[in-house]
Write a protein that binds this ligand. Structure first.
Ligand code: NI
Length: 166
């Protein structure tokens, strides 16, 4: 297994809209490396886009012990309801930056699992937030895009300063 390089904002490759996975057998080989990369970076989830693979899948693990990884191919949010407002960070937006983002409170997700089976899950709370965040990545959207222009500008400056020092 190997750690993958996580693209960092403002890398333009984070803006590429990922294509549907047509052959799970072809992308399955990336999954173990994505799990390892996600755990190493202490993230809750990691979208393929973030490791420069522009196909629609992501991995996540919301368990406390970090021992229940899941992977979802061709995720589709079928419906959503309610609002929750919680703090977000992202492995592609560095320098410890996080801010509140409004998200749907509940959603119904359709996806395909590692075995190629289609499933539907009803999710809420942190799981619903994480799914919306990862699906955004696959569409080239970052959590900071949901913030006010003023906040985005502040974050951009903070990151530029951080990158100059690095
Ligand atoms: Ni992210």
């Amino acid at each position: 297994m190997a750690l993958l390089n996580i693209l960092q904002y403002p890398d333009p490759r984070l803006r590429i809209k990922a294509a549907p996975v047509t052959n799970i057998d072809e992308v399955r080989r990336y999954i173990d490396d994505m799990y390892e990369t996600m755990y190493h970076a202490q993230g809750l989830g990691l979208a393929a886009t973030q490791v420069n693979i522009h196909q629609r899948f992501f991995v996540m693990d919301l368990s406390e012990k970090r021992d229940q990884p899941v992977s979802v191919f061709n995720p589709e949010i079928l419906s959503q309801e309610g609002v929750q407002d919680d703090f977000h960070g992202c492995l592609s937006v560095g320098a410890g930056i996080s801010d509140k983002v409004k998200r749907a409170a509940k959603l119904r997700l359709r996806g395909i699992d590692l075995e190629g089976k289609t499933f539907e899950w009803d999710l809420e709370g942190l799981a619903a937030i994480c799914i919306q965040h990862e699906v955004d990545h696959l569409n080239g959207i970052l959590f900071i895009d949901h913030l006010s222009k003023l906040k985005q500008e502040r974050i951009r400056k903070k990151i530029e300063k951080f990158q100059r020092q690095a």
